[in-house]
Write a protein that binds this ligand. Structure first.
Ligand SMILES: NC(=O)c1ccc[n+]([C@@H]2O[C@H](COP(=O)([O-])OP(=O)(O)OC[C@H]3O[C@@H](n4cnc5c(N)ncnc54)[C@H](OP(=O)(O)O)[C@@H]3O)[C@@H](O)[C@H]2O)c1
Length: 261
């Protein structure tokens, strides 16, 4: 099986921590050069220093905030003058928890911008070079809520569905150019995002952190919370040459938790 990413460059968004950081690590282990993207420069520097590399110059980072799509566009336009991207990992922080009925209009707009609009800017920026190369991988980190909406994540459920539909449409449009577009759907994965969701549920349900965590574990057939590295392994496989004929899928990495097919 060909998992070799030597000579490829991966732009990995939301990679200063969590699933994005783990994905950057896996892709680098398969030989890719990495361009990290996030807001926190100190964290990005620390990740770059820990990425495996034969050549110390091979990994880079870009600082930008997905709440400001024009800023993202400027940063990309500048960087892509000298760099071609073979693999794009679309990923950013999840929307705040809460019921859909209570959400303010601005919360939907903010999530739509930072997830869908920024993904679109990224895809439009990187696909011309992918088309010329006849190779491209676009992998969107979404959520199992694409298959089954999750209680207490109203804005997230709504926007994730839009991103999944956008991605499926693009998969068909870009397939003739050797570009695949797939979605990875993490289940409960131990990162800062999950810790904040557990804390938010604990507050709302008048329980403590450990009680909520235990409830989550009970809901997972595998009876444990996943690790970021386990989601990253799925991302790295989909990015590899071996996955060339897998296109337009939603892949849950959730210990069997999603009840739908
Ligand atoms: N962990 C789970 O259990 C789980 C389950 C289902 C879905 N997901 C989804 O998977 C994605 C990744 O999750 P995670 O657990 O790895 O999250 P995380 O630990 O919160 O990491 C989010 C990453 O996105 C970056 N980011 C956040 N806001 C940004 C912004 N405005 N502009 C640019 N970068 C931004 C963060 O870096 P900076 O702060 O440095 O910008 C960080 O690197 C999220 O969409 C999450 O909702 C996670």
């Amino acid at each position: 099986m060909n998992l070799d990413l030597t000579g490829k460059r991966a732009l990995v968004c939301g990679s200063s921590q969590g699933i994005g950081r783990a994905a950057a690590m896996e892709l680098a282990l398969l030989g890719a050069s990495i361009t990290l993207v996030a807001r926190n420069e100190e964290s990005l520097k620390a990740v770059v220093e820990h990425l495996p590399a034969d050549d110390t110059e091979s990994h880079h980072y870009l600082i930008t905030d997905f709440n400001y799509p024009e800023q993202l566009k400027m940063v990309l336009d500048d960087y892509l003058k000298d760099h071609a991207i073979d693999i794009l990992i679309n990923n950013t922080g999840g929307p705040a928890a809460g019921k859909a009925i209570d959400a303010k209009i601005e919360e939907f707009t903010k999530a739509f911008i930072s997830h869908l609009i920024c993904n679109q800017i990224l895809v439009q920026a990187v696909t011309p070079a992918m088309k010329r190369q006849g190779f491209g991988r676009i992998i969107n980190i979404i959520s199992t809520s694409v298959k089954t909406p999750l209680a207490g994540l109203g804005v997230s459920n709504t926007i994730r569905g839009a991103v999944a539909s956008w991605a499926k449409t693009l998969a068909t449009e870009l397939a003739p150019f050797g570009i695949t577009v797939n979605n990875v759907l993490p289940g409960f994965t131990m990162t800062a995002r999950l810790e904040s969701l557990i804390n938010s549920r604990a507050e709302n349900e008048d329980l403590n952190y450990e009680q909520i965590k235990q409830q989550m574990i009970e809901s997972i057939p595998a009876k444990r919370i996943g690790e970021a590295e386990e989601v990253a392994a799925a991302i790295a496989f989909l990015a590899s040459p071996a996955a060339a004929y897998i296109n337009g899928i939603n892949l849950p990495v959730d210990g069997g938790r999603t009840p739908s097919l």
